[in-house]
Design a protein. Sequence first.
Length: 188
Amino acid sequence: MMPIFGEALKTLQASLQDPKVEAQVVEIAALLKKTLAAGNKILLCGNGGSAADAQHFAAELVGRYRADRRGLAAIALSADTSAVTAIANDFGFDRVFARQIEAIGRVGDVAIGITTSGRSANVVAALEAALERGIATVALTGGDGGRVAALAHAPIVVPGTVTARIQEVHRTLLHAICELVEERIANA
């Protein structure tokens, strides 16, 4: 077997064996279901591969994951290139997500920051902006969790240090959360 598969399995197994990870998945799914049931929205942010994961998760909620159900309100803040580039140009790249949360975030929403290091300045600023507005915060990170984990009401810290392996676990966790949200909505 190629080493990459062994590394991926090792990181997935470490996450599976960490009781905090499973508990946080269940807690986050319940929070998102409550948020969506109340007519509020999910705001997601991340950079690079984490931006892609944010967009993927938003698409699963707005479209569907597995179940045919109503569309769920989710926005990936990295997807609007005009907003991202205008904000970066006028206020700096560290503000691209925080400024959007300031504009469209409301009490009752949830802000989700995805960063493998937990140290992405613009994700940190986004969760700080969310907390200032009374918006619940969730973080998916890795390593020691960084500043982002400390800012999250519900952090999931993947036990690993290799960016690609952490991203692979993040995708699995996001799919697990989608599945639980859909089950809870279908059974509500």
